[in-house]
Design a protein around this ligand. Structure first.
Ligand SMILES: *Cc1c(COP(=O)(O)O)cnc(C)c1O
Length: 237
């Protein structure tokens, strides 16, 4: 079987599972955005996905995002998502390319994005990363420190118009869908609480990957970031 046929099938299967999860949790069809995480796969896979209507594509590493965005610049409608840790020195080249930044993990990075808004022509959504598992290897605020920084976050938004629309988290290493679920619920509760305390409109919850996206949707995910499941059984050509 040619590899791209397998990609079509994998995508259909993931979309079906998302649809079933939306229905099971009483959410409208299409309320969850699938971001196809194309990191470490050939640009032709991303191009193929875009060609069959999977236009939301995620990359973890800025250089890879820059290269693919340049290679696929001729394809209309692609929305690039920066999903990984962003160093501030990578921001200048990244900002003009991306529709959504998922993992803003410090006031410093948020302020740098705010300062670069003039070049962020496509930027629609920004999520603040919260480390719900407490693992030292993960970036982001804790549930406590983000509440402590809320006034400064609000001030940066008010001054710059940086479109902060929600929160993002990653499940702890080694968790599966069921063990990850409490962290997803906790992120939703934190989002609700921050909304109440700050008046910020935090509608987005970017959470859920290949191993746990259904649990994340059950807990209110609006954006799921799925990579390995889409490329299962595919040999890069
Ligand atoms: C790689 C990655 C994903 C996708 O993970 P899979 O388990 O391959 O689906 C999602 N989010 C982030 C931040 C990632 O780095």
């Amino acid at each position: 079987m040619p590899p791209l046929t397998r990609l079509d099938e994998n995508l259909t299967r993931v979309r079906d599972r998302i649809g079933r999860s939306e229905a099971a949790s009483g959410r409208a069809a299409g309320s969850v955005t699938l971001i196809a995480v194309t990191k470490r796969t050939p640009a032709e896979f991303a191009a193929h996905l875009a060609g069959i209507g999977q236009l939301d594509l995620g990359e973890n590493y800025p250089q890879e995002l820059w290269t693919k965005a340049a290679e696929l610049a001729g394809l209309p409608g692609i929305r690039w998502h920066a999903i990984g840790h962003l160093q501030t020195n990578k921001l200048k080249k990244t900002l003009p390319l991306v529709t959504m930044i998922h993992a803003v993990d410090s006031l410093k990075l948020l302020a740098e994005i705010a300062a670069g808004m003039a070049s962020a022509n496509r930027l629609e959504r920004v999520c603040l990363q919260v480390n719900m598992s407490g693992e030292a290897s993960k970036h982001g605020w804790s549930a406590e420190t983000i509440r402590a920084d809320a006034d400064r976050i609000r001030e940066i938004i008010a001054r710059s118009g940086v479109p902060v629309t929600g929160l993002m988290t990653m499940a702890a290493l080694g968790t599966d869908a069921e063990t990850a679920r409490p962290a997803f619920a906790a992120l939703r509760e934190l989002r609700d609480r921050l909304t109440q305390e700050t008046g910020l409109k935090l509608t987005d919850l970017s959470m859920g990957m290949s191993g746990d996206f259904e649990a994340a949707i059950a807990e209110g995910a609006t954006h799921v970031r799925v990579g390995s499941l889409l490329f299962e059984g595919m040999n890069p050509s």
